[in-house]
Design a protein. Structure first.
Length: 314
């Protein structure tokens, strides 16, 4: 064993680098495997900073197209032109996760409705369940347009495709559509069955979250929603002068009351309001049902009690 080791040292002393002799295809395959298993964008960035060759090959479409959802999940606090360009390159390479993430950021945060919807459509065409549901919400609300632009049938069809892929919010939304006859023929039995299925998947997600297993099949609380929540929280911290410079219409736009959603209205009174208290707004029935279970049930009851007390006082 000593002689081969000595030989390797001699080879290194002569300046022969085995890494430089590896073919590009093999290095790209290794980088693609790293991108596929990356837990955050920093994993891909760290690999690209190793050397000039890694920096060049890490930008290859074969690597960017296989980047995981976590690898393209940029945090709102770290948003920059460089991060934007990285997502654009990933989306151009055909990465569905990047198309979905970039589409949501552009549509809801950057105000680029047309390009955001187009990128979301690319992800949806590739079978990305979250993108299909996102477009369903856009169709249900007529987001980016006027109230007359709502297309309930198109929204229900997109929601059905996402639900067929097992997307929990889409299952819940489709269940309510079937129960109410919203955009499709009413079928209360099928709707109730879908709602139960959605509840099972949500319980599975909470179990995986508590166990720290990070099950990808039930991770319906995606990074795009987390980005939007953080984005609007950072926006509220802007200076008073910046707030005063905003358009009056933007000041009246409301966020979805489900704290983990992050969607914001694209026009006034776009989202549905709670019919009891009128203080909560929701982009979808799925968000309304989740918020009712985890938070709004107690808040709404308190508002109703105060309203009844005030009415009786008069």
């Amino acid at each position: 064993m000593g002689k081969p080791t000595k030989r390797l040292l001699v080879v290194g002393h002569r300046g022969l680098d085995a890494f430089d002799r590896l073919p590009d295809d093999l290095v790209i395959a290794v980088l693609a495997g790293l991108a596929k298993r990356a837990a955050c964008p920093a994993d891909v960035a760290a690999a690209s900073l190793t050397c000039r060759r890694f920096r060049e090959l890490a930008a290859h479409p074969a690597v960017l197209s296989r980047a995981s959802a976590a690898a393209v999940a940029v945090r709102a606090s770290r948003w920059s032109e460089a991060a934007h360009r990285f997502l654009l390159r990933c989306a151009a390479a055909g990465n569905l996760h990047a198309c979905y993430f970039l589409g949501m950021v552009r549509f809801y945060c950057l105000g680029a409705r047309a390009t955001g919807a187009a990128v979301l459509a690319r992800a949806a065409a590739g079978g990305h369940a979250a993108a299909l549901f996102a477009l369903a919400v856009v169709q249900f609300n007529g987001s980016g347009g006027d109230k007359v632009d709502k297309d309930l049938r198109a929204g229900a069809a997109l929601c059905a495709r996402a639900a067929w892929l097992g997307h929990a919010p889409a299952l819940r939304e489709l269940g309510h559509c079937l129960q109410d006859g919203y955009g499709m023929r009413r079928d209360t039995t099928a709707g109730r069955r879908l709602l139960l299925h959605a509840a099972e998947r949500e319980l599975l997600w909470w179990h995986c979250r508590g166990a720290g297993t990070g099950c990808g099949d039930c991770a319906w609380e995606d990074a795009a929603s987390r980005f939007m929540v953080e984005w609007w929280a950072l926006t509220r911290k802007c200076s008073v002068a910046a707030v005063m410079a905003q358009e009056d219409d933007d000041a009246d736009l409301r966020l979805c009351s489900h704290v983990r959603c992050g969607r914001r209205e694209t026009r006034r009174h776009e989202f549905r309001r709670c019919s009891v208290c009128g203080s909560a707004t929701y982009c979808s029935r799925a968000c309304q049902a989740l918020d009712w279970r985890h938070a709004h049930r107690g808040q709404c009851a308190a508002v109703a009690v105060r309203w009844l007390a005030a009415r009786d006082a008069h």
